[in-house]
Structure formats: structure tokens, C-alpha cells
Design a protein around this ligand. Sequence first.
Ligand code: ADP
Ligand code: MG
Length: 298
Amino acid sequence: MEPIVKIEQLTKKFGNTTALKDVSFEVYPGEVVGFIGPNGAGKSTTIRIMLGLLKRSGGLVEVFGKDSWQEALLIHQAVAYVPGDLALWENLTGGQTIDLLMKLHGKGNQAKKAELVQKFQLDLSKKVKSYSKGNRQKVGLIAALAVDCELYILDEPTSGLDPLMERVFQDEVARLKAEQKAVLLSSHILSEVERLADRVVIIQGGRVVESGTLAQLRHLTRSTVQLALKENISVLKTAAFVHDWTPTGVNQATFSIDQSALNELLQELSHYQVQKLEILPPTLEELFMRHYQTGEWG
Ligand code: ADP
Ligand code: MG
């Protein structure tokens, strides 16, 4: 299958600053890709280059097999985009703005728009200048999600949305996924995309530091074990598969183990009287934090 988005060794310099260095990743049809990284990592710059809004300094960027700079017009017609820094016409109402954005795109669906307005509970009669950040974000989201196309590029789409609205947004992305649409979803909050993304690409300091399926990334980290034994627990302290040993009470301890050592742990425990055992899978947030703090798997 041909990728919808193909980025190879993308480099972007702003004067002397290198904002992107050898960024490579793909987005395939029907896939939701999380594009994750802290503020300033290079997410928006990558997206702007994909859409021909910025010129790259080097590398290859193709969307639907078309060059992002030479064929930006064709790409725009086939993509729905919510920018991270959506500039709106302050003196138009929300309703006028959404209609204008949809008209500019040319592929909007009025019935879908009405459904989205209801779901996101947006008052269309108010002027944009009176809108909160969340309401402005809804304008961009409704205008983009009411468009039918094969690729949705959403740059930090939930910033400013309250949890209820974030849920509405997540349902909409799930709908796109069910319809086999491709979605590139950028965020600086990993947990936001954890539920939605088939794959994540993690960018930091302008470089892709990790990418893969969520299962693959989870594999890189450790589960937390909470254990209580009837007998002296300290015998386990020195076992090869035990890391980060922390006593938590009389014959109680917390430690971490690699996914690959789970069997070993269970075999070892069969020799003891286990009073409590909890094995907590790693969250991607933990993985992410560990990476940002130590860079140890960069
Ligand atoms: P993110 O979207 O991940 O928060 P950006 O892509 O906005 O990150 O920014 C990546 C880096 O490029 C940052 O260091 C930012 O300051 C820099 N940058 C972005 N746009 C410009 C610009 N127009 N001129 C100079 N530097 C820029
Ligand atoms: Mg950004």
C-alpha cells in the first residue's frame, strides 16, 4: 500500500536555527497517527511544510504522491486541516466563519456541519471576537470535520476544549477511523492520543526520537509490580529481573520489571505465599516522561 504522507529526511532551517533535522515518517490510508512532542519540538513546522505553507530546506515531502511545495494547491483540496494557531475573522459570527472556511475548501457538507455544531454545542450567532479559546477551536474543528476527504491534519486540535468536548472530538476521530480515513493528530499530551492512535511518531528537538505502534512502544518500558509476601520479601530484592526496588511495608515492596521478565517473576513467586500481587502495565505517559528526562532510548 502506498502511503498518503511520505516524509524522508526532512530538514528545516530558520536562519541559523535548525528546527527540523532528518525527520522521516509515513501515514498510510485508514490510519490514525499521533504526532507527539513537547512545545517547540517541530510539529507545526512539519505540518506547515506538508501543506506547502512553508518551504523545506531539504528532504522529501509528498502528500498523495505530490510534492508539498510544487503542488500545494492539489494537496489542499484533498486535505482537511486545523491549524494550531487558527487566525479567524474577528468581526464575523461563528456561523459565518464556519461557512466561509467550508466554502474556501469547497467540499463541506451542511448536514454534517449541523450535526457537529450540535455535538460541540457551539453558539453560531456570536461574533468570533467574543469566543473563548475553546470556542475558537470548535470553529476550526467543525469546519474541518464537516469536510469529506481522505486525510485530516489536526494540529493540537483539543487545546482549550473542556473534557466533555474533548470526548466529542475523540468520538469524531473514531468515526473517521471507522470510515478508513487517515488522520495525523499532533499533541504535546501523549495520553490524549493514546486512545486514538494506531501509531505514534515522537518528535523532540526537531528529530524523530521514536515511532511505532503503541504496543511496540510499551515494549520498551517496564511494568510496575506491587507485591506482598507472607515470608521475608528481601530475598527477591537481588533477583536479576527486579529493578527500582522500593520497600513499602513489612514484606511489601514495589519494583519494576521488563515485559519479557513477567514469566520469570511468576515462576519465582510460585515458591512463596503471595498475599498481594498487582502488575500495572506502563502508561505511555511514563514512557514519554522517562524519555524526555533521560533521552536514554533516543
Ligand atoms: P511545535 O509545533 O512542536 O510546538 P514548532 O514547529 O512551532 O513546534 O517550532 C519548532 C521550532 O522552530 C521552535 O524552536 C520554534 O521557535 C522554531 N520556529 C517555528 N517557526 C519559526 C519561524 N517562523 N521563524 C523562526 N523560528 C521558528
Ligand atoms: Mg505547534
